[in-house]
Unconditional design. Structure first.
Length: 292
């Protein structure tokens, strides 16, 4: 059965992250970063949502839309960083600090969200942290994004975790430096500080795509999937690529066949335990309110 027929039969819509393969982005109804997709999911009228992304994204969409069916093209597409913090880490920090706000990057598990005060994405993290009344902020799980926020919001005591995105953590700073003066360097705040220090612009995936409109020669320190949207949107610009071609192997596990399979056979349905869902919904809704 053709994809459009399957979507019609299942009253379905396909959401895809910028990091998935080009052919998956090509069949998506909406493409975006984590914040856009989480927000968009709450606005859809369709009863079935296919989340073409990693596991935590499916969890977030399900938490925000318990009345909808959320299908994952590949349940084994996971985010390593999402597991780099524990509930014990949070509880220990709450014992240590009275006036503490646990700020959790959306790249985290539903269980971790359930023990958090507010969720953020790379596009709204600084904005939301600035709005918080708490002096002490435990930022989890990404140490690099946390360090970037710490510089932007110096009046807060931002306590960092040891988690990181393997893709951004291992971007070669020496190679990025080679492009200084040759191209405009755009970097994601999940990168290490030494990469951010030589960047001409720092921003979320969506922000980098928008910012690219202002330059002719561009190099991006982020996951390579972003080039699909950039090369489609800006045909007149020169985009350079890092030689190691930073790739999230988990995002690339999402395939067109996987999308068709879940719609044809109604498998890989995302489920979140109600007790976790109720608690995790609070910081996610707070993110949508404070990040609006």
């Amino acid at each position: 059965m053709e994809l459009e027929e399957l979507k019609k039969k299942n009253d379905a819509v396909i959401l895809a992250h910028y990091y998935v393969k080009k052919e998956v982005q090509d069949i998506a109804d909406f493409i975006g970063d984590s914040f856009f997709l989480a927000q968009k999911a709450t606005e859809l009228k369709e009863k079935t949502i296919v989340m073409a992304g990693v596991f935590f994204m499916g969890e977030s969409v399900k938490i925000l839309n318990m009345d909808k069916t959320v299908l994952m093209p590949n349940l084994y597409a996971d985010c390593p960083m999402a597991h780099m913090v524990t509930v014990k880490d949070i509880l220990d920090m709450r014992k240590k600090y009275d006036d503490l706000c646990v700020v959790t990057y959306i790249n985290s598990t539903a269980e971790i969200k359930a023990y958090s005060d507010v969720c953020v994405t790379s596009s709204n993290a600084v904005k939301i942290v600035k709005k918080l009344t708490n002096k002490n902020i435990f930022f989890i799980p990404d140490k690099n994004l946390g360090a970037y926020i710490k510089k932007q919001v110096p009046d807060k005591n931002i306590i960092l975790n040891e988690g990181f995105c393997p893709v951004h953590e291992h971007i070669n700073v020496d190679e990025v430096r080679m492009y200084k003066g040759k191209a405009t360097i755009l970097a994601h705040p999940e990168c290490r500080d030494e990469v951010l220090e030589i960047a001409d612009y720092i921003g979320s995936t969506k922000a980098m795509i928008k910012e690219s409109a202002n330059y002719d020669n561009i190099i991006l320190a982020t996951e390579s999937g972003i080039y699909t949207e950039l090369e489609k949107k800006y045909t007149d610009k020169k985009f350079y690529r890092l030689s190691e071609n930073p790739t999230c192997v988990n995002m690339k596990k999402i395939t067109v066949d996987g999308v068709k399979n879940v719609l044809e056979n109604h498998v890989n349905e995302m489920r979140v335990v109600s007790s976790i869902r109720e608690k995790a919904l609070v910081p996610l809704r707070r993110m949508l309110e404070l990040g609006a």
